[in-house]
Ligand binder design. Structure first.
Ligand SMILES: Cc1cc2nc3c(=O)[nH]c(=O)nc-3n(C[C@H](O)[C@H](O)[C@H](O)COP(=O)(O)OP(=O)(O)OC[C@H]3O[C@@H](n4cnc5c(N)ncnc54)[C@H](O)[C@@H]3O)c2cc1C
Length: 475
């Protein structure tokens, strides 16, 4: 009997605070990691920035395994075939991994579990990526929550698990095992380019666990206390910028939560305590959307609200392209889209502004925006992205659905000096702030600086959207 078990990494690229890895290590077996490049995922509109980030984090993870005297193996292909093959070739007794809420992952995992079981190899799936697994937080009627407020009240009242200690044992492969690996060819860690993705900008989010821990420590010592005040201003670094680390699990969610409770203990003012609570609420939004995706997988395919299935979207292709390229003539919208296109990340408040603009001003189906975001975001995540888009489009679980953002008042309120707009739309730099924010830039001036006229009239489109919304709701 071999004394080897595998830990299959997916969106948990770390060797600390990992429930599944800790369980694998408790078996007293050698523990070897594996990551499989799943072409089915990589072929579905994945952002080059995200793949570049993934590969960089895998490099750090492989170093962590090496330092512990173990290793991280890489496979290329269908995990349903490759993972059981590898386990059987190495005569591993078990494969440990973490569960996911996404429909594709759930189907894949069921099939991997069946294939492993058929070969008498134990499959050990466990929940890890949420503080509370999807079935743990339910309404009084044992139903999943569909409204965030009551979800937060229940979720925040539950005790939170502490970070998990992992003791990765030295786990060198034997010469015979290494020889056997030729039967299931493992690959060297590919570059993003070798996987078919080109991203030639520097990544704005740093790679790996140590970087994530440092960002968390810094954020919880400083910006978190002002988070409630600063989080909506895109020109200010007022948010954690930890989203990619949380999506790829380079840091454990229990570690993140523990840092917030330490910050709360050390907080000296009501403002600080409010900032910390507000940030904890964002972590709860993350869990709310993930439990929603788990319980309502059809969210991935279309609107939560049935009447939205018939919504008569205008879907003007030229306007969609202008939105994608940041050339709508609405400065705050264009700044945000250009930020996304340039660095693969966009400030949360701007995500709401551009999503509202696409759906309520251009009257373009939110699913086009959802897809475009997934093709660009370094932190692209089905549950959070879908939740954000459905919230913005009014098709989701929001109990007050008909929200329309006015791009001018949003800019006046949240970019009052026009700094964010000028950073990303440099042709507007010479124009007076009040004109940039109000949109009252003369056509001739727009022409002179090479900035487009507004592609639609916000007031007209707002009325049109409301009429269309009333018609589908009535029907
Ligand atoms: C249309 C739209 C699309 C979005 N797409 C994504 C996406 O693909 N991936 C993604 O991680 N987030 C998405 N969000 C949520 C949010 O914009 C980002 O999580 C946030 O901007 C990341 O920056 P940060 O790490 O500085 O966040 P912080 O403000 O520091 O928040 C801390 C963490 O809480 C979580 N979080 C914060 N806000 C939300 C939210 N509204 N929903 C879910 N989780 C949240 C994130 O994990 C984030 O890193 C989207 C929001 C909208 C409106």
């Amino acid at each position: 009997m071999s004394d080897l078990v595998l830990f299959w990494h997916r969106r948990d690229l770390r060797v600390s605070d990992s429930i599944g890895l800790a369980t694998a290590c408790e078996t007293n077996a050698r523990v070897v990691g594996v990551f499989c490049f799943d072409r089915a995922i990589l072929s579905q509109g994945v952002a080059p920035a995200r793949v570049t980030y993934l590969v960089g984090c895998l490099k750090r993870l492989a170093e962590d395994y090496r330092q512990a005297g173990s290793e991280l193996l890489f496979l290329d292909g269908d995990p349903i075939v490759k993972i059981p093959q590898l386990a059987s070739t190495l005569k591993a007794t078990a494969v440990h991994f973490h569960l996911d809420v996404e429909p594709y992952s759930r189907t894949r995992d069921e099939r991997v579990i069946a294939a492993l079981t058929a070969q008498n190899i134990q499959a050990h799936p466990q929940w890890d990526r949420l503080l509370h697994e999807p079935n743990a937080i339910q309404t009084g009627n044992k139903q999943p929550y569909t409204v965030y407020g009551p979800f937060w009240r229940n979720w925040s009242s539950q005790p939170k698990p502490a970070p998990v200690e992992v003791k990765l044992p030295p786990s060198a492969l034997t010469p015979a095992e290494r020889q056997a690996l030729t039967l299931v060819p493992t690959i060297d860690l590919p570059t993003a380019q070798e996987l078919g993705f080109t991203w030639d900008q520097p990544l704005t989010q740093e790679l790996g666990t140590r970087a994530a821990e440092q960002i968390l420590t810094k954020f919880c010592h400083r910006a978190i206390v002002e988070y409630d005040e600063q989080r909506n201003y895109p020109a200010v670094t007022g948010t954690s910028e930890m989203s990619a680390a949380l999506v790829f699990g380079t840091i454990g969610i229990r570690t993140v939560w523990a840092a917030t409770t330490t910050a709360m203990t050390e907080a000296r003012s009501d403002e600080a305590r409010t900032g910390i609570t507000t940030w904890q609420q964002e972590l709860a939004w993350r869990e709310f959307y993930q439990q929603a995706m788990y319980h309502f997988p059809s969210l991935a395919l279309g609107p939560y609200r049935d009447h939205f299935k018939q919504f008569p979207w205008r879907n003007d292709e030229t306007q969609f392209q202008a939105w994608c390229e940041g050339k709508t003539g609405y400065p705050i919208v264009d700044a945000a889209m250009r930020q996304l296109n340039s660095i693969g990340w966009m400030h949360n408040h701007c995500r709401m502004i551009v999503a509202s603009f696409l759906t309520k001003d251009l009257i373009i189906n939110w699913q086009r925006g959802e897809k475009y975001f997934m093709e660009r975001l370094i932190d692209g995540d089905l549950s959070a992205n879908n939740g954000g888009w459905q919230w913005s489009a009014s098709s989701g679980m929001d109990p007050k659905p008909l929200r329309i953002f006015n791009p001018y008042t949003q800019a006046q309120k949240f970019d009052p000096e026009g700094d964010y707009i000028r950073q990303w739309v440099p042709e507007l730099k010479p124009i007076a702030t009040n004109l940039i924010l109000s949109g009252n830039i003369l056509p001739l001036t727009r022409h002179q600086v090479g900035y487009p006229l507004p592609i639609v009239d916000h007031a007209v489109q707002q009325r049109l959207f409301k009429d269309l919304y009333a018609s589908v709701k009535g029907a």
